[in-house]
Design a protein around this ligand. Structure first.
Ligand SMILES: Cc1cc2nc3c(=O)[nH]c(=O)nc-3n(C[C@H](O)[C@H](O)[C@H](O)COP(=O)(O)OP(=O)(O)OC[C@H]3O[C@@H](n4cnc5c(N)ncnc54)[C@H](O)[C@@H]3O)c2cc1C
Length: 552
């Protein structure tokens, strides 16, 4: 009989265990979990803090008892694996209830030990809460029950922002301190600016380019000499693969700090697999090792490993790190690589931004979103995408993630036949529009300028012409722009005084029409990608005072 031991009983571990059971009714499957719970919804924890999820029980998807009843799994909570003796193929387990140590043999061992919050060596940091387990959330909920007035979250990543929103729901004055120049590192700065604004609009005070130097019982000090009042401090600056057990067992740890595995998640020991946040992944785009501490890939790898152990043929599953987060009224989603990463890898890329409606504009409640697509300038290979908006963001990012997986190029997005009726989309869906624009850019039909290139092009002799209506222009414009509405352009060419023209409109669409017209009349015109809207929200028009508190 096969004896399979799994260390870690949540996303990856439990997916592996239940799949294995479905494939093999006879295998002996033991799941060892050091916390008091298995199969809990860690992704739901922030919402329990805010009371959006009211009942703790609903976070507990399974119990050792239910898993035994349905799957005959031997699930042992409060059971920490403290050592792996590879030569003897046994794990040493500490029963944390009874304070007893025992050994357990395995034929195959699966490590799904997850990740640990990064805890920097800052004086007083031990007073800060971290969020990873049910026990962690219970501690935070108890602290929230004491009615703190002011909370500080250290870290403006996905989890920090989710917790921030939930503390605001609880009526707590909330500040977020972030060391870098923006929140949500997977976004590029002009997209992250939209999120920063949403946080401000909901009363969150954001301290960018600030690092915490000290935590006291009443406040948090930063390197910019700010003292921020805090009765509750949450630390969410990221996670690191929990590899202590693997390291002790002599398993290889990679350059990213995760357990090194092959394409089917086998470590350097053929009888030990590693999955989830603890293991390094293979990046879909360049095949490099990467870390993606997300639930989808942990679950998927759990299943792959179970299939492999059961003797099934498996496909290697690489990652494109598709992620999504709710920030108050916004949905923010990303897939693939961002500009920062492409730039640092020296990969040539193009970007386009659009601001489409979530569905047909004439049907009630259409909401404008911003989508950014990154692709190869010659082949159109999609490198990544980011989207921010109130509605319809999830569907667009998921389509692009699917396109990346299916090797559909950026211009080919134009060919996708997506479901359409006015309440749901547009006959030319935002995804199709990205394809049209990418095609125009790749074939050289139009040249676009980026929001951060305006100054450079003006210096190179380009005249900046805003083709929006007079009333739109009056509400705000890029400094130095001349306003000639698109419908008047043909009659006012003599006012341009330059063959080189940079056209802008609100979102880029009228600008495209004007650019095409000017080019056909012998001008050298470029269209400002994303238009005035993108520029106005980007760091180029920095409404965020860096190194300063952002006031509401
Ligand atoms: C607050 C929060 C919100 C999140 N939100 C999202 C989201 O919205 N979307 C998303 O995709 N991902 C989200 N994630 C990430 C996602 O939960 C993880 O990527 C996923 O759970 C990883 O699965 P895993 O099996 O690798 O590790 P985990 O699910 O963390 O499980 C690891 C388990 O191993 C146990 N363990 C560790 N060492 C030992 C040992 N020596 N002996 C016994 N047991 C051990 C730990 O106690 C832990 O319970 C969130 C995570 C958190 C914490």
């Amino acid at each position: 009989m096969n004896k399979i031991v799994i260390v870690g009983g949540v996303a990856g571990g439990m997916s592996a265990a239940t799949r294995l059971r479905r494939l093999d009714a006879h295998a002996e499957i033991v799941v060892l979990e050091k916390s008091g719970h298995v199969s809990y919804a860690n992704c739901g924890l922030p919402y329990y803090i805010g009371g959006v999820i009211e009942d703790e029980e609903s976070l507990l998807l399974q119990t050792p008892k239910s898993l035994h009843e349905r799957f005959r799994l031997d699930v042992r909570v409060r059971s920490e694996v403290v050592e792996i003796k590879r030569s003897e193929k046994i794990v040493v387990v500490k029963d944390l209830e009874k304070n007893e140590i025992y050994s357990l043999p395995y034929d195959k061992l699966i490590l799904s030990t997850g990740a640990k919050p990064v805890i920097p060596p800052i004086p007083g940091i031990n007073q800060a809460y971290t969020l990873r387990t049910i026990e962690d959330v219970e501690a935070i909920v108890s602290a929230v029950a004491t009615a703190p007035k002011n909370a500080v979250i250290i870290g403006g990543g996905f989890i920090g922002l989710e917790i921030g929103e939930n503390l605001v729901h609880r009526g707590i004055n909330t500040s977020i301190i972030e060391a870098s120049t923006q929140v949500l590192a997977p976004l590029d700065p002009e997209m992250a600016s939209l999120v920063a604004k949403e946080l401000q609009n909901h009363g969150v005070q954001l301290f960018l380019e600030s690092t915490v130097t000290k935590v006291t019982s009443t406040s948090v000090m930063t390197n910019n000499n700010s003292e921020i009042p805090a009765d509750l401090v949450i630390l969410a600056i990221g996670v690191r693969p929990d590899v202590s057990l693997a390291q002790q067992a002599g398993l290889n740890i990679g350059s990213k700090g995760g357990i090194v595995v092959n394409h089917v998640n086998i470590t350097n020991d053929p009888d030990i697999y590693a999955i989830g946040d603890a293991a390094e992944k293979i990046d879909e785009l360049d095949g490099s090792a990467t870390l993606v501490p997300l639930a989808n890939i942990a679950n998927r790898h759990g299943r792959v490993v179970a299939d492999h152990i059961a003797g099934k043929e498996v496909r290697a599953v690489k990652t494109i790190a598709t992620a999504i987060v709710k920030v108050f009224d916004l949905t923010v989603a990303t897939t693939g690589w961002n500009e920062k990463r492409l730039k640092s890898a020296g990969i040539e890329y193009r970007t386009i931004h659009t601001h489409p409606n979530s569905h047909a504009g004439y049907y009630p409640n259409a909401q404008q979103m911003t989508i950014k697509l990154l692709f190869a300038p010659k082949t159109g290979e999609i490198f990544g995408a980011q989207a921010v908006g109130v509605d319809g963001v999830d569907k667009r990012i998921d389509v692009i993630a699917t396109a990346i997986r299916g090797n559909i190029s950026a211009p080919e997005l134009a060919d996708l036949e997506l479901a359409y009726a006015p309440p749901f989309g547009s006959a030319k869906d935002p995804i199709n529009m990205l394809g049209y624009i990418a095609d125009n850019v790749i074939t050289g039909l139009v040249h676009t300028a980026r929001w951060d290139e305006i100054e450079k092009l003006v210096d190179a002799g380009y005249k900046l012409v805003d083709v929006r209506s007079y009333s739109e222009f009056a509400q705000g414009s890029i400094p130095g722009a001349t306003n000639i509405p698109v419908d008047e352009l043909r009659d006012r060419l003599s006012e341009l005084h330059s063959k080189k023209v940079m056209v802008t409109c609100q979102v880029g669409q009228r600008g495209h029409t004007a650019t095409m017209l000017l080019n056909s009349l012998g001008f050298e015109a470029v269209n400002l990608d994303g238009g005035y809207l993108l520029w106005s929200r980007s760091p180029a028009n920095s409404y965020i005072e860096r190194k300063e508190e952002v006031h509401v």
